[in-house]
Design a protein around this ligand. Structure first.
Ligand code: SF4
Length: 175
């Protein structure tokens, strides 16, 4: 299985969620989530929806295959635009965007940046990519691969985000 932007996102949200997802326990209604995100993007930025398609990118990093799907890429300004349905700015979103920038770089497109758009917050955040970020991602993909290959599922995080997680019942059943 290739390493996806979702793996990067889950690494920062919850290691247990990352492990469950990667080991085939998928309770996320992915198609609905993707559909909702697409609708949000198209409703928030209709002019883009008419003119542009999502961009799917893959790259090989050593023996690891990397894959990601970008909402919208403006080639003129080398800017990735990601629309988030969340009502909260999250570190996971930022690293997911950095992963996309790295994927572009591995495909020969350097010096891209990203804009995270939060229609519910009426806010946009700019994401830059540094040498430190590149090194962090290079190490991270190995760390994630080792983590998901482990037989041990990481412990619950007992966080307030658990209540809105699709694995809530699985993690806390019987309590
Ligand atoms: S319910 Fe909480 S501990 Fe369980 S996978 Fe989700 S975020 Fe992680």
């Amino acid at each position: 299985m290739p390493l996806l932007a979702t793996h990067i996102n889950y690494f920062f949200v919850c290691k247990r969620k990352l492990w469950l997802f990667s080991n085939g326990i998928n309770m996320e209604h992915t198609s609905d989530t993707v559909y909702d995100g697409k609708m949000l993007h198209e409703n928030s930025y209709p002019q883009r929806a008419q003119k542009h398609n999502e961009m799917e990118l893959s790259a090989q990093y050593g023996d690891i295959e990397l894959t990601g799907k970008i909402d919208f890429y403006d080639a003129a300004t080398k800017t990735i635009h990601e629309t988030k349905r969340s009502d909260k700015v999250e570190t996971a979103h930022e690293w997911q965007a950095k992963f996309y920038i790295w994927l572009l770089e591995l495909n020969g497109i350097s010096d891209a940046t990203a804009t995270l758009e939060y229609p519910k917050l009426r806010q946009t955040n700019q994401v830059q990519f540094t040498e430190t970020d590149r090194q962090r991602l290079q190490a991270l993909v190995h760390e994630i691969r080792e983590m998901i290959a482990s037989e041990n599922c990481p412990p619950r995080i007992n966080s307030k985000i658990c209540k809105s997680c699709s694995y809530f019942e699985l993690c806390y059943v019987g309590e």
